[in-house]
Design a protein around this ligand. Structure first.
Ligand code: 5AD
Ligand code: SF4
Length: 428
């Protein structure tokens, strides 16, 4: 029997799909890239914005043709939309939301045996094996699941449940497992990762523990919440050799009034404070962020405050979104009063500004010699391609640089956003 997985959404979903794949493999199934070959198709969904849900629903609906041709085909919907909508989603056989993932081994066994009758499960504890990495150089490692922050716009706490930090021994176990399988870069995951707390162990402490075991592996972490920043965390990033000079710290808005309505628990000044501390203590740190436009009641002036902070901070990169009302969240009680046309126009202006900054930031690589971890071959010209410690992509003009290798590269040009480098300085 074969299975095929389709993944939407965040890094946690990418990890969860690997976890589900490993469980199916343990039950003797084989993964296939071709949905037409599959006996079981799993769609891992996201609920963060309406657009994400619409895409997954569209895909599920287009899979109905296969289902009609092959009545024994089993369609399983997992992820945040399975939690939010469950069997209200048409055209699928099973729905398993993230709050029930503890029971995945058992559920999957039942699905494989065709004996699974129920579509909703309780939440007892069961150990899930470490998912196999996909053979690549990079991997994700969740250290926390769920979220208690309840930012007013966000569906995540409802669909992923309360914040639960993972036992550090278990995290180290998975880290060793990944290391033994040749993984060279691990991104620690948590919806609010710097909020991690297990007994006495805080997130900075966890980074220090991990650093001792990293042995040549690069460590990154996602996503940090400004309300949980601390000098101790900044010290830990600075002290730990394995931890990359790179932080993802969503600002969401440049208006204090909007931040308050979002229930983010920091002000623009508070955010600015952490950026200054980070830049002062960690030389060359890359800062990335998430920004939302068109939150209820956002005025042109509020939006211009966002543009102002973007100009001031000069993020290396930003994910930018239009506000999307999510039923059940507190913000859904406000009128969604920014017109779609206005949201679109603001998003375009923001993207144009940030893209210019991203380009300029990437140009700072020019003429520098930088360590690159080779991740894969570029699709276009089959050249090795990898990332700097700050997360920027560089193509390496050297055929024999192997995947998984660290090479020192001299960046001599930029194409689009990608640096192009060679391994030796050219003589003048
Ligand atoms: N509408 C638009 N964007 C959202 N995000 C979260 N919820 C919403 C929503 N309702 C964005 C935030 C968050 C990122 C993962 O998605 O910017 O940081
Ligand atoms: Fe990930 Fe959030 Fe989307 Fe769920 S809703 S898949 S946690 S981004």
């Amino acid at each position: 029997m074969k299975f095929h997985i389709i993944t939407y959404g965040c890094q946690m979903n990418v990890y969860d799909s690997r976890m589900v794949a490993s469980l199916f493999e343990m039950d003797g199934l084989e993964e296939t890239d071709n949905p037409e070959d599959a006996d079981i198709i799993i769609v891992n969904t996201c609920s963060v914005r309406e657009h994400a849900e619409r895409r997954a629903l569209g895909r599920i609906s287009s899979l109905q043709k296969l289902r009609r041709e092959k009545p024994e085909l089993v369609l399983v919907v997992i992820g945040c939309m399975a939690e939010r909508l469950g069997d209200k989603i048409p055209g699928a056989d099973f729905f398993i939301g993230p709050r029930k993932y503890d029971r995945l081994p058992e559920i999957i066994k039942k699905i494989v045996k065709g004996k699974c009758q129920i579509s909703n499960f309780q939440f007892p504890k069961e150990c899930i094996p470490y998912p196999n990495p996909d053979g690549g150089v990079t991997a994700f490692l969740p250290v926390m699941r769920g979220c208690n922050n309840f930012c007013s716009y966000c569906i995540v706490p409802y669909v992923r449940g309360n914040a639960v930090s993972r036992n550090p021994d278990d995290i180290l176990g998975e880290l060793r497992y990944l290391r033994e399988r040749g993984v060279k870069e691990i991104t620690l995951l948590g919806q609010s990762v710097n909020e991690y707390n297990f007994g006495e162990i805080s997130f900075p402490e966890l980074l220090r523990i991990i650093d001792r075991e990293a042995l040549g592996i690069r460590i990154r972490f996602l996503t940090s919440h400004p309300a949980y920043m601390s000098d101790d965390l900044i010290d830990a990033i600075a002290e730990c050799d394995s931890v990359c000079e790179n932080i993802h710290l969503p600002i969401q808005s440049g208006s204090d009034r909007i931040l308050k309505l979002m229930e983010r628990r920091y002000t623009v000044d508070g955010y600015r404070h952490w950026i200054q501390r980070l830049r002062k203590r960690i030389k060359g740190i890359a800062l990335t962020t998430d920004i939302m436009v068109g939150f209820p009641t956002e005025t042109e002036e509020n939006f211009e405050e966002t543009l102002k902070i973007v100009r001031e901070v000069r993020f290396d990169f930003a994910y930018m979104f239009m506000y999307s009302e999510r039923k059940g969240t507190k913000a859904a009680l406000f009128p969604d009063d920014v017109l779609l046309g206005v949201k679109k126009e603001r998003l375009e202006r923001l993207i144009e500004l940030q893209n210019g900054i991203t380009r300029e930031k990437n140009e700072e690589l020019l003429g520098r010699e930088i360590e690159i971890l080779i991740e894969r071959k570029s699709r276009r010209d089959n050249l090795p391609i990898g990332k700097t410690r700050t997360g920027k992509e560089v193509i390496v003009k050297m055929q024999n640089a192997k995947t998984g290798e660290y090479v020192n590269v001299y960046v001599e040009s930029i194409s689009g956003w990608t640096g192009i480098g060679r391994t030796h300085k050219r003589e003048k």
